[in-house]
Ligand binder design. Structure first.
Ligand code: ZN
Length: 113
């Protein structure tokens, strides 16, 4: 993330200045607003970028484990030459697709393009 102590350009008044930090709402810790006109500039997170990526990946996986495999994923797996696997969740299907994409011995997926 860009640090809140960096100058930001305000698209409303054109000021280039350090934004003012205010308390955020909902999931956002802070928000940066223009110190000149008060326009909202961006949300500011207090967690580090790497921590945010890790949290996002974890949340994504957890969400996919709760959902049944989608028809699109099944279609993709079949198109990629995997008609034997029967993943039950989006997470399982995603793992299979990732494996097929990185496996050079898998049938080429370029045939449809
Ligand atoms: Zn402004």
């Amino acid at each position: 993330m860009s640090a809140p102590d960096m100058d930001e350009l305000c698209p409303r008044c054109g000021a280039i200045d350090r934004p003012t930090l205010l308390a955020g709402t909902g999931p956002h810790a802070c928000k940066a607003v223009c110190g000149h006109c008060g326009r909202f500039l961006k949300w500011v997170s207090l967690i580090s970028p790497s921590e945010r990526v890790a949290r996002k990946a974890k949340a994504r996986l957890q969400a996919m484990q709760k959902h049944p495999v989608s028809q699109k994923q099944l279609d993709l797996l079949r198109d990629m030459g995997d008609s034997l696997s029967a993943p039950e969740t989006m997470a399982e299907a995603s793992k299979l697709i990732d494996r097929l994409l990185t496996n050079k011995n898998a049938p080429s997926y370029k045939k449809h393009r």
